[in-house]
Design a protein around this ligand. Structure first.
Ligand SMILES: Nc1ncnc2c1ncn2[C@@H]1O[C@H](COP(=O)(O)OP(=O)(O)OP(=O)(O)O)[C@@H](O)[C@H]1O
Ligand SMILES: [Mg+2]
Length: 345
């Protein structure tokens, strides 16, 4: 039986990204996922009433809908580069340098910058244990066809500042800069920046607004988006200025190799099923690479989707046919591994 976990998973993933864009949601993310449920022994499982069994299965379904972020080399590179820039920018009074994370859809850009943000925030809390009210990290996404006002409003929305119909841009910007300065915001994560085009008037205004924020807020700015190297974000004089100030960390599909196998092994360890022999997924490493084109998003989706199916249909085991029954995103279905240029960081 194949149910529709892929759609549900996709929704959960998108929902999770959306939640990062408010202070409450961001703090929930920084607090970390709840502890994974404990896999019961066969005897304990038999003793559950049917209502208890439903709850137990529901917890496991929820667990597979979340799963953990693996510290891949790309996540580590993003965290190290970001951390280094934060330190280098600490005493800069202008021309702070930024980080630009770019790659194909579903290669883990949002996951990587959010891990950078999380580690920055945890470090900040450790450094200032008795100070409440700090907002060390701000995360926004640039909406499609964004105007400068919409982007300024995203900053305000994260901070919980009201944006009234009659508030003008200066009001919004001053309120955001004031709160960020008072709460010591040190890292600003701007996701989906491929939605900015320097060749349209509205896009150029968005770019100018971000630049203005970066001059007024003493923070390191991190941009993430699809194919930024060749995007209209870097077009023209404004784009050249971004290129000159931002270090690029490119993401790419995983080549078939040890890291790929390690990634599967780590994801497999998080599976909570009663009839799944550990190691059986790692044996499918080559097949999984072919099936997903080396895309981490597609791999995670396939494994989690098959694990959810295995609970729903009672097989309690992730198999090759279970994985193949999960339809992946179109990009992963058609993609072949390609080699982007090496990280400049
Ligand atoms: N380091 C990781 N560990 C485990 N899973 C990951 C990791 N990175 C990405 N994923 C999985 O891949 C999915 C896509 O990741 P993410 O949203 O970070 O990609 P993206 O490059 O930002 O995609 P898009 O371009 O669509 O915004 C995530 O929902 C998650 O399931
Ligand atoms: Mg993303």
């Amino acid at each position: 039986m194949t149910t529709s976990p892929p759609a549900a998973l996709q929704e959960a993933d998108t929902e999770a990204n959306r939640q990062l864009a408010t202070l409450d949601g961001w703090r929930r993310f920084v607090a970390g996922a709840p502890a994974a449920p404990v896999l019961l022994s066969p005897d304990d499982l038999k003793r559950l009433s049917s209502a208890e069994r439903d709850l137990y299965d529901d917890d496991r379904l929820d667990h597979h809908a979340r799963m953990l972020t693996v510290a891949t080399s790309f996540v580590e590179r993003t965290v190290i580069c970001g951390r280094r820039l934060v330190l280098l920018n600490r005493h800069a009074i202008s021309a702070r340098r930024g980080l630009m994370v770019s790659g194909l859809p579903g290669t883990g850009k949002t996951s990587a910058i959010s891990q950078l943000g999380r580690s920055h925030e945890l470090l900040d809390r450790a450094r200032h244990p008795k100070v409440s009210g700090r907002i060390p990290v701000l995360y926004i996404t640039v909406p499609p066809a964004a105007t400068a006002r919409m982007v300024a409003a995203e900053f305000a929305r994260f901070l919980g500042l009201p944006v009234r119909h009659r508030s003008n841009m200066t009001d919004i910007i001053e309120a955001v800069v004031g709160v960020c300065t008072d709460t010591r915001t040190g890292l600003v994560l701007v996701d989906e920046v491929h939605n900015i085009s320097q060749v349209t008037r509205a896009g150029a205004e968005v770019s100018d607004t971000l630049k203005y924020f970066s001059e007024r807020i003493p923070a390191t700015f991190v941009y993430a988006g699809i194919g930024l190297e060749t995007s209209e974000l870097l077009a023209g004089t404004r784009g050249a200025q971004i290129s000159g100030r931002f270090t690029l960390v490119p993401t790419r599909p995983f080549p078939y190799g040890d890291e790929w196998k390690g990634l599967i092994a780590t994801l497999e360890k998080t599976i909570l099923l009663h009839n799944h022999p550990q190691g059986s997924l790692v044996k499918l490493d080559r097949h999984l690479h072919k099936r997903t084109g080396g895309m981490i998003g597609a791999l995670s989706h396939a494994i989690r989707g098959a694990a959810i199916d295995a609970i729903l249909n009672g097989t309690e085991r992730v198999t090759k046919s279970g994985i193949d029954a999960i339809s992946l995103d179109h990009a992963a279905e058609v993609s072949a591994p390609f080699h982007a240029k090496a990280s400049t960081c």
